[in-house]
Write a protein that binds this ligand. Structure first.
Ligand code: FMN
Length: 207
């Protein structure tokens, strides 16, 4: 890859030994191997407000500072990977609240990859569907390939090593896809080609 793209991963679990965080680290590791500049944004480090339409004056200072720092992580990011455990059939409140503190400025036009974990065997399909819908509402390009991990806590050891080869392969594919599409989306050469294509003559043979 020629241009380096920035990709961030947000994990919707604040648990100390989160399986979602372990999975996200593998996804980001693969994206980095593909040439991306990656960062895991850990929601435990941000004392975010409960999302509400505050005017700046009303928002307590510590929340305002935390939110500014959190938003700054999205500056220049071309790709965003959202990871969440399934909580009662959906994403966690922690992740939804973090996203609700953001908007088009952080998501519009960005490449989004999805990762879901669940305690049950059925996996995190509903969480992934809900995240997809949220991504669409924020006008981002949500990639079709996604990863769902059932019985997630049994799939990683204490050091974060994935104990299931097939899951690790899927996680790495996700990292690779987000890196690939972020690069394509960011590439000046490809933008030039698309502009040329859009500005080209209409098909003279067409109606
Ligand atoms: C409040 C709560 C609700 C949950 N709801 C579901 C659920 O609906 N389906 C499911 O399969 N697992 C459910 N789980 C289990 C988590 O999805 C599972 O433990 C997940 O791997 C935790 O992710 P983490 O290790 O990153 O914190 C729930 C856990 C909690 C704490």
């Amino acid at each position: 890859m020629t241009d380096q793209v920035k990709i961030i991963g947000i994990v919707g679990s604040v648990s100390k030994d989160s399986s979602t965080r372990k999975a996200m680290k593998i996804v980001l590791d693969e994206a980095a191997k593909r040439g991306a500049l990656t960062e895991l944004v850990d929601l435990r480090e941000y004392d975010l407000p409960i999302a509400v339409r505050y005017s700046n004056d009303e928002m307590p200072k510590h929340h305002r500072k935390a939110l500014e720092k959190f938003k700054s992580k999205f500056d220049g990011a071309v790709g965003i990977i959202l990871g969440s455990p399934e909580y009662h059939g959906s994403m966690t409140g922690v992740l939804k609240n973090a996203i609700d503190n953001l908007g088009f400025d952080q998501f519009q036009g960005k490449i989004v990859g999805l990762l879901g974990t669940a305690g049950g065997e059925m996996g995190a399909t509903n969480t992934l569907n809900h995240l997809r819908l949220v991504g669409r509402n924020l006008h981002s390009w949500v990639l079709p390939k996604q990863v769902s991990i059932g019985k997630a806590r049994s799939k990683f050891d204490d050091n974060g090593t994935c104990l299931d080869e097939r899951i690790e392969k899927r996680l790495r594919e996700l990292g690779s896809e987000v890196a690939r599409f972020s690069y394509l989306h960011h590439s000046k050469e490809i933008s030039k080609f698309v502009d040329m294509w859009l500005g080209s003559q209409e098909n003279p043979g067409g109606d």
